[in-house]
Write a protein that binds this ligand. Structure first.
Ligand code: NAP
Length: 360
């Protein structure tokens, strides 16, 4: 059966890592018809939008997409296309396996956990009011009138919505994921001691959902600051983590650091209708066009995609080919070699070594 997949190369290092992943996926022999689409600032001259309707239509039709990273300007300019895509397609659960492969230089010996990040709300919802605007003045006055807290008049304000609906579906997804993948424990991460209503709600929902899995999946919760220390000290004690959006974003990069870096961290954005696969890392503009960065995070996102498409054997073969190349440690990019080691290879050469393992 031929699968239809929308491919968004992205920008910065996106086209290089997405191209490498496509070549590896095609080399498994799974038949895929790729529909290529631009997004981000580069799409504006052609489509008049960083997130063209034709792209959303293509993903809705194909139901599966593979995406390279897309740049979001800091402080000004367009809002995140990555966040907008997750909203537009209702991709409510962001799933990021964090696995240490043998041969990868890292400070740990045994890390194998999965982050499940809420993908639609929290401070990430993009509900912001700029300083000095009539809206922010009104909001400051309203807050003072309803509870007496004073906000400085020169403040900008972001809102942090956390709902029962969004919390429940992502927490349930985390427990179902644990059951399906034979995982033993779910840890809910929050700051409910300080944010009693928002994170408090997240924790309360987590406790309620956890009760329905009693005897099947163990449950615990951790304050996010403590969680950071626990992850750095004893990552092997964690299994599935479920977090609100912003903590999930930050802890994803922390966890990538446990397993050799962002070049090795894959991800999936899952909704009821559509799934979009992409690495955790961004567009690393300083490396764009240099054939330098590690393609594995995007290739492993492709492994997750093959599993989702029901191509479990091809997924296993591709993951094994990646693991073999990592274990040998020969044809690997700069991030997996000692600093300034001249024997590191480029993005394309690492992908070629993976393809050679697949075929060999
Ligand atoms: P980044 O692009 O993830 O890069 C941060 C650092 O991580 C790089 O400088 C590099 O470290 C390392 N790295 C990232 N990808 C790598 C790879 N494939 N192989 C090896 N090392 C890799 O983060 P950023 O510089 O903070 O963000 C750049 C842009 O990407 C921003 O516009 C941001 O908004 C966007 N972004 C997009 C997405 C997405 O599309 N989903 C996600 C995150 C960020 P060294 O410098 O140590 O070599």
């Amino acid at each position: 059966m031929k699968h239809q997949v929308t491919l968004i190369p992205g920008d910065g290092i996106g086209p290089e890592v997405a191209g490498a992943a496509r070549a590896c996926i095609d080399a498994t022999g799974v038949s895929i018809e790729w529909t290529l689409h631009d997004a981000g600032e580069g799409a504006i001259p052609k489509y008049g939008s960083p997130l063209p309707d034709s792209l959303l239509e293509s993903i809705r039709k194909n139901k599966v997409a593979l995406k390279g990273p897309i740049t979001t300007p800091i402080g000004k300019g367009i809002r995140s296309v990555n966040v907008a895509l997750r909203h537009a397609l209702d991709l409510y659960a962001c799933v990021r396996p964090v696995k240490l492969y043998p041969g990868v230089p890292a400070r740990y010996e045994n890390v194998d956990l999965v982050i499940v990040r809420e993908n639609s709300e929290d401070l990430y919802a993009g509900i912001e009011y700029d300083d000095g605007t009539p809206e922010v003045k009104e909001l400051i006055a309203w807050v003072k009138a309803h509870g007496g807290k004073t906000i400085r008049p020169d403040a900008a304000i972001s809102l942090k919505p956390i709902s029962t609906t969004a919390s429940e579906r992502v927490i349930r997804y985390a427990f179902e994921y644990a059951v399906k993948h034979g995982r033993k424990k779910v840890t809910a991460v929050h700051k409910a001691n300080i944010m009693k209503f928002t994170d408090g709600l997240f924790l309360e929902v987590a406790r309620r959902v956890a009760a329905q899995y009693e005897g099947k999946v163990e449950f615990e919760d951790r304050l996010v600051d403590n969680m950071c220390m626990q992850l750095v000290q004893k990552p092997e004690t964690f299994d599935v983590l479920v977090l609100p959006n912003l903590y999930g974003d930050i802890l994803s990069d922390l966890c990538a650091g446990l397993i050799g870096g962002l070049g090795l961290a894959p991800g999936a954005n899952i909704g009821d209708e559509v799934a979009l696969f992409e690495p955790v890392h961004g567009s690393a503009p300083k490396y764009a066009g240099q054939n330098k960065v590690n393609p594995v995070a995007t290739i492993l996102s492709g492994v997750l995609m093959l599993e989702h498409l029901g191509e479990a054997k091809a997924a296993q073969r591709l993951e094994k080919a990646v693991a073999d190349v990592l274990k040998e440690g020969k044809s690997v990019t700069y991030d997996l070699k000692p600093r300034n080691d001249p024997s590191s290879v480029g993005t394309k050469q690492m992908a070629d070594a993976i393809i050679a393992k697949l075929k060999g």
